[in-house]
Design a protein around this ligand. Structure first.
Ligand code: NAI
Length: 357
């Protein structure tokens, strides 16, 4: 099948190309990000393959359909960048990679916590300038602290297990609590208690209408003074302006983010010679207790290979008449249908990279 791969990065050409040696699709790598304006580039392709920065809004999907595209193959777990209602109306199948090494993102969240706590990012710069003073670099023992996990799916569970390994008390909020997490020692609480009790809060929920700006001024007011917030989920789960107020007042003690609400205009490119127009983001970059990475949580060898294998597997399955239903995303996902799913009864582990890879 001819596939237009939008927003292709060099590292993906290698992994997709390697996996495609056995899949045998005609991959057309494009650096352009999908928008309504670039969608006609897919003319002649039955599949458009998208990454998280692509914008599959109604206009883009209409243009893709007019170009002959019938399948949107997402190289991601998240699908908030796709208008699923429009896709369903226009007869477009949407397939994603529901799972790929959850350890990649969970371990990155842990790395942000450790770096922020011990101020490794600042120590690195000091030592390079032969400043060997440790003034201002004091952290705290993570052991014995309370870590609050919002969303205990595949990544949240892997993260909770890491924090339990550090000797933390782990509490969590999820509308669908996981029995395996409870067995591992996680205690489920209401969201208000999670804000109040946590020394460190980590977000691992999807972006849905229910979670948009879940962390806002009210949540910061409820948090422990000096708490640390880690967001590797989706930027819009947090109100970035409220972040700035909470950092300025000291209510928020440290912030680690791998995602940002307006990241589509920033991440995955070299803007070192540009003037950044997003004043909120630029302000966030100025705080010494803020550590920002540019959506690299997924970026491990194992995860990238897993993404390539599942994506090309979805395309092959579509060609042969049936994508695994677990990998399909339908319009039912668009209105926050996951708001109150039934409780899970186990069977999921924190580490199933093999399922996708
Ligand atoms: P998952 O689907 O396995 O788990 C998500 C969990 O969030 C589920 O247990 C669900 O019940 C829960 N949830 C849903 N609504 C909630 C709410 N209102 N409050 C609290 N919990 C809620 O997803 P997975 O694989 O663990 O990924 C989580 C998120 O991580 C993705 O949706 C994506 O946004 C983000 N992600 C970030 C990456 C990065 O590179 N930074 C890479 C991959 C995923």
């Amino acid at each position: 099948m001819r596939v237009s791969v939008f927003s292709t990065k060099a590292f993906e050409r290698e992994s997709l190309g390697r996996v495609n040696r056995s899949a045998g699709h005609d991959l057309v790598f494009r650096e352009e990000r999908l928008t309504a304006g670039t969608a006609p580039l897919a003319a002649g392709s039955e599949c458009a393959c998208l990454f998280v920065g692509d914008s599959a809004d109604r206009a883009a999907i209409r243009a893709l359909r007019d170009a002959g595209v019938r399948l949107l193959a997402l190289r991601s777990a998240g699908f908030n960048h796709v208008d699923l209602d429009a896709a369903a109306e226009m007869g477009m199948t949407v397939a994603r990679v529901p799972a790929y090494s959850p350890h990649s993102v969970a371990e990155h969240a842990a790395a942000l916590i450790l770096a922020l706590n011990r101020k490794t990012h600042r120590a690195f710069n000091r030592v390079r300038e032969q400043n060997f003073s440790i003034e201002g670099l004091m952290g705290f023992d993570l052991c014995g602290k309370t870590v609050g996990v919002v969303g205990t799916g595949k990544i949240g569970e892997a993260f909770a297990r890491i924090m339990l390994g550090f000797g933390c008390r782990v509490i969590a909020f999820d509308p669908a609590p996981s029995e395996t997490c409870v067995q591992a020692g996680v205690k489920y609480v209401e969201i208000g208690a999670l804000w109040r009790e946590s020394d460190v809060i980590a977000l691992h929920c999807p972006l849905t209408p229910q979670t948009r700006h879940l962390v806002n001024a009210g949540a910061f007011a409820a948090m422990k003074p000096g708490a640390m917030l880690i967001n590797t989920s989706r930027g819009a789960v947090v109100d970035a302006r409220a972040d700035i107020d909470a950092l300025k007042s000291g209510r928020l003690g440290a912030l680690g983010i791998d995602v940002y609400e307006e990241e589509d205009n920033l991440f995955f490119r070299d803007l070192s010679s540009e003037v950044i127009q997003d004043d909120t983001f630029v302000r966030l970059m100025t705080f010494p207790n803020v550590l920002i990475t540019a959506h690299q949580g997924f970026f491990t060898r194992e995860a990238v290979d897993g993404i390539a294998q599942t994506t090309l597997g979805n395309i092959s399955a579509f060609e042969q008449g049936g994508v695994d239903p677990e990998n399909l995303v339908g319009a039912s996902h668009s209105a926050g249908a996951a708001a109150a799913p039934p409780p899970r009864t186990g069977g999921r582990t924190g580490g199933e990279p093999g399922r996708t890879g």
